[in-house]
Design a protein around this ligand. Sequence first.
Ligand code: PRP
Length: 215
Amino acid sequence: MEPITIAMAKGRLADETLTLLENMGVDVSALKEKSRKLVFYSGDHSYRFIMVKPSDVPTYVDHGVADVGIVGKDTLMEENRPLYEMLDLGFGTCRICIAGYAEKEPLKNAHIRVATKYTGIASQVFSTRGSSIEIIKLNGSVELGPVIGLSDVILDIVESGATLHANGLSILEEICTCSARLVVNRVSLKTKESQIRPLIEGLKEQIEKRSNDHD
Ligand code: PRP
């Protein structure tokens, strides 16, 4: 049988994603080796993995070249693709927040400059507000925006809060909570159901086990 393809997000979700699959009994040793390879197989070749930038996970799954994806809800909200979101995997929890210098009360400005990686979410969040908005796209180290005077606020994910704190910024508003999700291509769910369903069930079991261990 052909393997199913799983697109995995590089970066802050990668380690926990591998641990979850490993706990399910999937041999992910090929992914742990240091290499420049982009495609990997599980030991038994039942899974093919691609490791990509988080924002590219929904693209691969939407196009059907990956059947399944593991990626943050923040990225899914930003990319807004028609995928089936099947499971909250319960790790990588963070909050999407507006942050800035609290003492400057930047959200009261008539014109607000927002630096963000999440331009889609930012447009939506600020669309219903009275102020005029300028969204400035950055690809990382977004906190620099207010620090260096590029923007009045940022819209970004906050995990521990350490980056905000280290740069003298505070949360001004919390938009929502996010965590890692399992998404599935709509056609794959029908055509490869016999392979995808056991994966979903296996992941569900692991999530339940984890939450019982934490109780
Ligand atoms: C993310 C986010 C914040 C930081 C928040 O950036 O954009 O900068 O993590 O985490 P904290 O609340 O635990 O400090 P990431 O580390 O992914 O790198 P980037 O700045 O290059 O996007």
